[in-house]
Design a binder for this molecule. Structure first.
Ligand code: THU
Length: 137
């Protein structure tokens, strides 16, 4: 009988699968992202680069777009995977995109090919942030 997979292992596996489908022929730096909503739905995506370089977008952006397209609006946790030694932490723009759908508990896992390397609260990666609440005083 197989044991139940750990939810973080599943999130990591989804991010890794999305990384494999990333379109990154210019940087050759493939990134994958997978997010889980509080209801347990998973959405994933990879970076999608473009010959007109500034038109490319990040893996986190792809995963968030998939989530929004399905009607979901809350991120419980997101796992981002990149190759190399350095931690593939979300870029500044993606931190703000995650923030749009985050709450105080939202978690960001940063992974390499071998597994999750570090875990942060979004609030640690984007302190004193601007969010939807600022527009609804
Ligand atoms: N990239 C991501 O997909 N997510 C990040 O948070 C950092 C950077 C992508 C963008 C570009 O396609 C490639 O990595 C190199 O910067």
């Amino acid at each position: 009988m197989s044991r139940n997979a750990d939810p973080l292992e599943i999130l990591f596996a989804a991010a890794k699968a999305a990384q494999a489908n990333a379109h990154a022929p210019y940087s050759n730096f493939r990134v994958g992202a997978a997010l889980r909503t509080p209801e347990g739905a998973l959405f994933c995506g990879g970076n999608v680069e473009n010959a007109a370089y500034p038109e490319g977008w990040c893996a986190e952006t792809s995963a968030i777009a998939a989530m929004a397209a399905a009607g979901a609006r809350k991120i419980a946790e997101i796992c981002v995977i990149g190759d190399g030694e350095a931690l593939c932490t979300p870029c500044g723009g993606c931190r703000q995109r995650i923030r749009e759908f985050a709450d105080d508990r939202t978690i960001v896992h940063v992974a390499g090919p071998e597994g999750v390397r570090a875990t942060f609260r979004l609030s640690a990666l984007l302190p004193e942030s601007f969010g939807p609440g600022h527009l609804r005083p």
